[in-house]
Design a protein around this ligand. Structure first.
Ligand SMILES: Nc1ncnc2c1ncn2[C@@H]1O[C@H](COP(=O)(O)OP(=O)(O)OP(=O)(O)O)[C@@H](O)[C@H]1O
Ligand SMILES: [Mg+2]
Length: 267
């Protein structure tokens, strides 16, 4: 069940305001009998300078929500804002510029350019924007993510985890105010996963960036400030100050209760 328009949307904003928000966000794929309602009138507000995690079963609409919030996909109905700008009303050119200047996106499928090597992939968005990377920051990201000796490799010459780390570095390189990360630790061993989570946490705590991260891992979600739970294209619950144990418990309740808006009383 999505929150009524009158009440505060899940992911309720702090005094710093909202980095992104949506109202009545609906996304349908296909039509007729094969139509899929990936998002069903979602109201959400992503607090600025916070780390929000998005969880939910496979197919519940997590990636679709991220893509729509980041202006990477069109919506079927509803409105989406980045900061004070309603992006659902923007022309493609303006949207492209806004995305480029303000958003970093780590795709579930990495989306690396096969003909470019690792470091070229990392700096590509900035190259396109005609910006010079901050060398010190870039070095720090590359070293933290353990990519130093892979910079000249093309994606096909990298392992899945290494490609994921390149995608991570690319999203962080320009220090965008808003970072979307779709299962950024999905292909990483626990040490590399912790490095990525540490970087995202640092982006929020030290640099004031806003992070929205999809994850299936309660331990990863525990690094966030707030978890939003999706089921069947709706936000069905949220949890502030999550611990891995509490998230796991909540997931157990949901897996037995289908699309129920609230956790059942008894297990
Ligand atoms: N391009 C598309 N065309 C048709 N249906 C789509 C398309 N993209 C997603 N869907 C459908 O929309 C629903 C939500 O998909 P989405 O990718 O957002 O799920 P998800 O929560 O990210 O899942 P996962 O955890 O597996 O990544 C799914 O039922 C999916 O099959
Ligand atoms: Mg997904």
């Amino acid at each position: 069940m999505s929150t009524p328009a009158a009440g505060p949307a899940p992911g309720t904003a702090t005094a710093d305001g909202t980095a992104a928000r949506a109202r009545g966000l609906t996304k349908a794929y296909g039509s007729g009998e094969t139509a899929v309602l990936a998002l069903d009138s979602v109201d959400v507000a992503i607090a600025r300078g916070r780390f929000t995690a998005v969880m939910g079963p496979s197919g519940s609409g997590k990636s679709t929500l991220m893509h729509c919030l980041a202006g990477l996909d069109t919506v079927s109905a509803g409105e989406v804002w980045i900061g004070d700008t309603e992006i659902t009303g923007l022309k493609e050119r303006e949207l492209t510029r806004l995305r480029r200047d303000r958003i970093g996106f780590m795709f579930q499928s990495f989306n690396l350019i096969p003909t470019l090597n690792a470091v070229e992939n990392i700096t590509l968005p900035m190259d396109i924007a005609g910006q010079k990377p901050d060398r010190k920051w870039l070095d720090q990201i590359i070293d933290t993510l353990g990519l130093r000796d892979r910079l000249k490799h093309r994606p096909a010459q990298l392992s899945g985890g290494q490609q994921q780390r390149v995608a991570c570095a690319r999203a962080l390189a320009s220090r965008p105010e808003l970072i979307f990360a779709d299962e950024p630790t999905g292909n990483l061993d626990s040490r590399a996963g912790l490095e990525v989570l540490g970087i995202l946490r640092e982006a929020v705590d030290s640099l004031g960036q806003t992070v929205v991260m999809v994850t299936h891992d309660p331990n990863a979600a525990a690094h966030s400030d707030l978890v939003l739970f999706l089921a069947d294209g709706r936000i069905v619950d949220e949890m502030a100050e999550p611990t891995a144990e509490a998230v796991l418990e909540r997931m157990r309740l949901f897996s037995g209760s289908g699309t129920q808006a609230t956790a059942p009383e008894e297990e």
